[in-house]
Design a protein around this ligand. Structure first.
Ligand SMILES: Nc1ncnc2c1ncn2[C@@H]1O[C@H](COP(=O)(O)OP(=O)(O)OP(=O)(O)O)[C@@H](O)[C@H]1O
Ligand SMILES: [Mg+2]
Length: 113
C-alpha cells in the first residue's frame, strides 16, 4: 500500500478529484494547507511581509491506495494539476504498513479498494 500526498493549487482540486474517481480511486482526504516551495531569493516587502516569507494557499490531497493503483494515481494528478509553471505543487509518496476498515474489521489491501 502507498500513501500519496499531493500539494496542489486549490483551483485544480475539482479536476483532480474527478480524474481520480474516473480512475477508480474514489477515496481521498483533502486538507487546506499553506506553504512555500523553492522561491526566488529576492526579498521585497509586500504589505509589510517579506516576499520570501509569504505562505501560499494550497490543498493537500491524501490517498491511500494499493501498489497497483500508484502509477495511475500519479498520472491523474500530474495531468490535472499542472500548468507547467513554478508553484504547481509536489507529490510525495510513502509506504503504508496497514489499513483497517472500521465498519467490517477487514484489514490490508481489502480495506482500501
Ligand atoms: N520539500 C517540501 N516539503 C514540504 N512541502 C513542500 C515541499 N516542497 C513544496 N512543498 C509544498 O508544496 C507547495 C507548492 O510547492 P512548489 O510547487 O512551489 O514547489 P517548488 O519546489 O518551489 O517548485 P516550483 O519550481 O514548481 O515552484 C508549497 O507551497 C508547499 O506547501
Ligand atoms: Mg515554488
Amino acid at each position: 500500500m502507498k500513501k500519496v500526498e499531493a500539494i496542489i493549487r486549490p483551483s485544480k482540486l475539482k479536476a483532480v478529484q474527478r480524474g481520480l474517481k474516473e480512475a477508480e480511486i474514489p477515496c481521498i482526504t483533502v486538507v487546506p494547507v499553506k506553504g512555500t516551495g523553492l522561491q526566488t531569493s529576492y526579498s521585497e516587502r509586500y504589505r509589510g511581509t517579506e516576499q520570501s516569507m509569504i505562505l501560499h494557499s494550497r490543498v493537500m490531497i491524501i490517498c491511500v491506495i494499493s501498489d497497483n493503483h500508484l502509477e495511475k494515481c500519479i498520472d491523474v494528478i500530474k495531468k490535472n494539476a499542472s500548468e507547467n509553471k513554478v508553484g504547481d505543487g509536489k507529490i510525495f509518496i510513502y509506504n503504508v504498513e496497514d489499513a483497517i476498515r472500521l465498519s467490517t474489521g477487514v484489514q490490508g489491501n481489502d480495506a482500501i479498494i
